[in-house]
Design a protein around this ligand. Structure first.
Ligand SMILES: [Zn+2]
Length: 211
């Protein structure tokens, strides 16, 4: 894999990066709030080709799809995507729900999961970790799991980030990272569906294995 560094010049109003993934040189980003609703900063900032981005429909369920190439751009009926394809970016949209990044550096393979209240109740992160094990024999101890900013108590009555952490730990994940940030507490940086009563944009969570 080509070395990847969080690009210079990106910062507030563009992309947020997670040290757990930057340390492993995994191209990724979490878009910060922009003045235009639902227009994220350019994916090219991250070295991602916008024509090779694959999205999940995100019906708030617990289904995961394995992505084999960029031919299908939208996977219907799923809330999580896993792949070992290089140069194909995975994308999840959130505005209070958590995006969960998963990375097995040895295969290498990546995953992105949308886990809000309902997805966390349905244990979609468990299904994603099991997907890694079934497909690539990934032991949970080898996975890096990163939880994005999401809504948290006291702004929301359900602490689903905590549920996600507990689910990952119960399967043996050790490299577990939660940024701990609440979207509703930081409307200068993030969109929050609840704090803004539904009239808001979405952050994009993206990750890609470098080509
Ligand atoms: Zn808050």
């Amino acid at each position: 894999m080509k070395p990847w560094n969080a690009p210079p010049g990106t910062g507030p109003r563009s992309w947020e990066f997670f040290p757990s993934l930057t340390a492993k040189k995994l191209p990724h980003g979490f878009s910060l709030r922009t003045s235009v609703i639902d227009r994220a900063p350019p994916l090219a900032d991250l070295g991602i080709d916008p024509d090779r981005v694959v999205e999940a429909e995100q019906p708030h369920g617990d289904r995961i799809a394995f992505v084999e190439d960029a031919a299908c751009r939208l996977y219907s009926g799923v809330d999580g995507l896993l792949t070992e394809c290089r140069g194909v970016a995975l994308k999840i949209r959130v505005a209070d729900c958590a995006a969960v990044y998963l990375f097995d550096p040895e295969i290498p393979a990546i995953g992105l999961v949308h886990s809000g209240r309902r997805g966390s109740e349905a244990r979609i992160v468990v299904k994603a970790i099991e997907g890694f094990r079934k497909r690539w024999s990934t032991p949970a101890e080898r996975l890096i799991v990163q939880i994005s900013p999401c809504i948290r108590p006291p702004h929301y009555e359900v602490d689903f980030a905590r549920q996600i952490r507990e689910q990952a730990r119960s399967l043996g994940v050790r490299s577990l990272f939660d940024c701990g940030t609440c979207t509703a507490c930081h409307l200068d940086r993030y969109f929050s569906y609840r704090a803004e009563k539904g009239k808001t944009g979405r952050m994009w969570a993206v990750a890609m294995l470098a080509p």
